[in-house]
Design a protein around this ligand. Structure first.
Ligand code: FA5
Length: 332
């Protein structure tokens, strides 16, 4: 019987070595491991072995059974793992789209300014956020005792000998442009401005403005009105928006106006101030070395968040900066 067990062992080893699929493994199980399989068959005949040989042959038989069962189990596990690996990679599945981010609504609004005024022939310029008193106030014809210069409205930089401050508006960029470029000048200047203000649903202490400046011969108030109306009509894509020019005062423009747009929010309709505008004051042209007898110009400064509120029908300006992704996603 020893030779018979040895032969069976060689057969089992050879067959196991050739098994590559679960079907082959199943055939192996049916041939050797089930009740009527080869191993059960030899085990049945063990009772006929002479008692003296039983310990040695019993050991040989047990080892063979253990070997066959262990290898069977190992092969079954490894075939299951490779089957799972081959089915988890389905090359025909449609790809997963990565979630795409978008520009912030305020950046999108600035892009709209650049696009629309670009189509009107305006270039984009830049100016420093830390300004000096001269560019932010003096050169813009602010009287020395004008209330805007007050600490309560303006963030002055501590310990600065040069009266440095965080610009309160983008208008100082007008001065820098007129001092460095010769007319005709056509620029917009988007940028961040700072005011020492109480924050509420329409006011922030840090917000964006877009300054506009057009200086040439024969620029008139009609050009200013036509340009701003063309801008909002393009911005609101022809949706009828009501707007009005309201007489106002800025030291650096004469005449001056406030440009308002009718806003419908949750509390009904209200006029919302978009920005100031006017004809560049002759003193300002002179401060920049431009002859006011030869040239005229218009300027405007719009609040970007205010326009974005209107465009998206939002009545709380703070929503733009709370960075709630659910809100930002809706506005994109
Ligand atoms: C100015 O800042 C002028 N420099 C505008 C100007 C430019 C006039 C060129 C004439 C020629 P004003 O302080 O009104 O003006 O601000 C302009 C706009 O900024 C406002 O109409 C409003 O839309 C926006 N704005 C002003 N204060 C705030 C604030 N605290 N929060 C958000 N937006 C504001």
């Amino acid at each position: 019987m020893t030779e018979e067990i040895e032969r069976l062992r060689r057969d089992i080893e050879n067959e196991l070595a050739d098994i590559a699929t679960s079907e082959e493994l199943e055939a192996f199980r049916l041939k050797h491991l089930v009740k009527k399989g080869s191993l059960a068959d030899v085990t049945k005949r063990f009772k006929d072995v002479p008692p003296a040989d039983k310990p040695a042959i019993g050991k040989q038989l047990n080892e063979l059974r253990q070997f066959a069962n262990t290898r069977f189990q190992e092969l079954q596990n490894s075939l299951q793992v490779s089957k799972a690996a081959s089915t988890s990679l389905d090359l025909s599945l449609a790809g997963r789209k990565p979630p795409l981010g978008t520009a912030h609504p305020i950046s999108q609004m600035i892009d709209e300014f650049v696009r629309i005024f670009g189509s009107f022939g305006f270039d984009v310029a830049d100016g420093p956020e830390i300004e000096d008193d001269y560019h932010n106030f003096d050169a813009l014809n602010f009287a020395p005792n004008h209330p805007a210069r007050d600490m309560q409205d303006t963030f002055f930089l501590a310990d600065s000998d040069e009266n440095l401050l965080l610009r309160t508006h983008t208008s100082p960029a007008q001065i820098r442009l007129m001092r460095t470029c010769k007319p005709p000048l056509r620029f917009i200047v988007p940028g961040r401005v700072y005011r020492n203000e109480a924050i509420d649903s329409t006011h922030l202490a840090e917000f964006y403005q877009v300054e506009g400046l057009y200086v040439d011969r024969n620029v008139s108030l009609a050009d200013l009105k036509g340009t701003l109306i063309a801008f909002v009509e393009e911005l609101f894509e022809g949706r009828t928006t009501k707007y009005r020019f309201r007489p106002s005062f800025f030291p650096f423009t004469e005449p001056s106006a406030e440009f308002d747009v009718l806003f419908s929010g949750s509390k009904g309709e209200a006029w919302l101030e978009m920005g100031g505008c006017g004809m560049v004051h002759p003193n300002v042209l002179q401060n920049c070395g431009i002859d006011p007898e030869e040239y005229t110009g218009f300027a405007f400064g719009f609040g970007v968040e205010r326009l974005a509120m209107l465009k998206h029908g939002i009545d709380n300006i703070r929503l733009f900066y709370e960075n709630d992704v659910r809100v930002l996603r809706q506005l994109s």
